[in-house]
Design a protein around this ligand. Structure first.
Ligand SMILES: Nc1nc2c(ncn2[C@@H]2O[C@H](COP(=O)(O)OP(=O)(O)OP(=O)(O)O)[C@@H](O)[C@H]2O)c(=O)[nH]1
Ligand SMILES: [Mg+2]
Length: 220
């Protein structure tokens, strides 16, 4: 079974379309983790046919993904797919990524919006925010990725059992990269399309990631 995990925080306007798009591509096990939303995210996702897990309070994307990972393991999934609930990803990108992980017997496939020109990434994000994120990820983990902060991933059951996300917010990307390095997981990047309707995580979001990483490094 392939479990599609969709973290969602106040995505009432997008989540119905996202879930339907996944079903249209033939994915049946769609789990939306409603991260303490104050809007219609949970009911809209349920009406669209998804299984919905609810955080009573907003805990952050990392925490939502960990809830989804635990559910996938418990349900016996062979693979979990992380797929954002904001409608920026293309559900057609899942099948090729799954083929890659299966055929090459990898542990994890990471989406990248920077391997080709399919994604029209805003200038500030492409040339400032993401390159800084890439370097920080490298400094903290020793692993060089073309797009270190991409929410699209396909994870094998073996890797799911090893990756435990404790960074509740956006710094979980670096934590997953660190787990790849520590456990020697076999990984590849794959091109995914990311559509921008608005800026999303900007400079403030990037600074929060850095402060989370430094604080956790100091306090652990
Ligand atoms: N921002 C945010 N997103 C959350 C949270 N919990 C779950 N999410 C979901 O995580 C996904 C990614 O959030 P975004 O804020 O778009 O972050 P991003 O996609 O990494 O950044 P952009 O490329 O700028 O869009 C979305 O589906 C959100 O609904 C949370 O507490 N904060
Ligand atoms: Mg987004």
């Amino acid at each position: 079974m392939v479990c599609i995990i969709v973290p969602a925080y106040n995505e009432g306007e997008n989540i119905g379309r996202v879930v339907r798009g996944l079903f249209e591509q033939g994915w049946r096990d769609v789990v939306v983790v409603d991260d303490g939303s104050t809007d219609s995210t949970a009911t809209t996702a349920r009406e669209a046919g998804a299984t919905v897990l609810v955080h009573a309070l907003n805990r952050g994307q990392g925490a939502a993904l960990q809830t989804g990972n635990e559910y996938a393991l418990q349900e016996g999934a062979s693979y979990a797919v992380h797929f954002d609930g904001d409608g920026q990803f293309n559900p057609r990108d899942i099948a090729p990524a799954l083929r890659l992980i299966e055929q090459e017997n990898l542990d994890i496939v990471l989406g990248s919006r920077l391997l080709d020109n399919r994604s029209r990434v805003p200038w500030l994000k492409r040339y400032v925010i993401l390159p800084i994120g890439r370097w920080i990820n490298f400094v903290f983990t020793g692993l060089w990725l073309s797009d270190a902060h991409n929410g699209f991933r396909v994870i094998s059951r073996r890797a799911l059992a090893k990756i435990v996300i404790t960074e509740d917010h956006m710094a979980h990307n670096t934590e997953i990269t660190a787990a790849i390095k520590t456990h020697g997981l076999r990984f590849k990047e794959v091109s995914v399309e990311v559509t921008y309707h608005e800026m999303g995580q900007g400079i403030a979001g990037g600074l929060k990631i850095i402060s989370d990483l430094v604080m956790h490094k100091l306090t652990r």
